[in-house]
Design a protein around this ligand. Sequence first.
Ligand SMILES: [Zn+2]
Length: 438
Amino acid sequence: MASPAAQKRANVVVSRLIPPVLLGAVVYASYAVTKPLCIDYLIHPLPSYDRGPRVGAGAAILTVYYVLLIPMVVTYLHLYYHVLWNPGYLPIGDQKLQDDQSDENEKKTKKSHRRRHRKSVRKAESEKTTQSDTDVERGLGPTSGGVKSESDLDLESFYTKDVFVCQQDGRPLWCSTCCQYKTDRAHHCRELGRCVRKMDHFCPWVGGVVSETSFKFFIQFVVYTCIYCTFALIVSAYFTAEIRRNTGGANPYWCVCIGLSALFAFFTAGMTLSSVQMGIFNITTIENLNRRTAVWTLAIRVPEHMLDRLWDTQSPWAPTFPMVSYPPEASTPGQPQETNPSTERHVFAILHTQPGENPFDLGTPIKNLRQVMGHSIADWLLPIKQSPCADHSSMESHYAFGPVVTRLKQEAGLVPPDNGAVPTTPHSGRNQPEKNTH
Ligand SMILES: [Zn+2]
């Protein structure tokens, strides 16, 4: 049984090897359709076939084949680019960077010591030179010059939104491997050792992790590949049957083409169905694993005009749900306290969904699909624009929330109900009042 580290390395190696194999399969199929089928059998039949030319059929098949091939190749290249160079990683936390640098320095020091030891055995006077090597290695390392995270995700990037996914105490989710807060729907990828925004799955077929930056192109790729493979399968199978009827033989190129296209058509049809289903439900493959039982804990901002009455535990409006207040009140000694905490506070109600509810479901399949595919026909067909869900500029939340969150707000009395009536009780939570401050 391979160790997890070896398994991870194997996954990454396989993910780098498969793309060239796929390229080879496409080149082979293109040759089989173009030369042995269309040119040597239909347009200029070889004497061995003993039949007249069918130029129209050959030209039509070639045209359709390459028209279908182009979108498949373009979407694959676009997908591959985003998987490799824009995978949607979250930044690594300062602590993790420091630990990594310490480990690296330790390794270098040990290596340097071993080298010095070997040199001292051979030549005692080389000790001074070896010491200077150590200093040079430290100075030229890739993380030299102090540890700095790429762009640290601080609490402010959460509590300045109106809603975010949180832990029971109201803090954002935390990745203990990356030592970093996780934005909503982010998942730690074991194979890559990084947290990835709205990670869907690790896919060796495209060389890495499919996430919010690449899921749209992934759907386009599997759809176009399925259409392309189905066409290649039909053409190869049709003329193989014809040649068997007429001559009793078979062309080996066409037979291989049937095998390859059938395999990939079947595989991509399954991927198309499952990916579109994920898009329709606005859920990732990872979230889907416990879709029916998952309970989401959400920090939902309490409107400022409700703050005073909610803080008063004697008030009939006092909440029965836990609350958390940001920014953290513990300040560095010597720094001034906030002068007007009532207006500066970001107070959140900590609320839970029912088991199996998806707060990101926007209510209709088309609204959910638009979050991934875009808002126009061109967006759906062409691999150009990023998915709307990859835009995090909204101050409401990292990802759009749907009717589940609206209902939670209404039940908690944070917004009026749909019919506009003033709620007789401000909440329906069952928890005892509790205030968390971080
Ligand atoms: Zn992580």
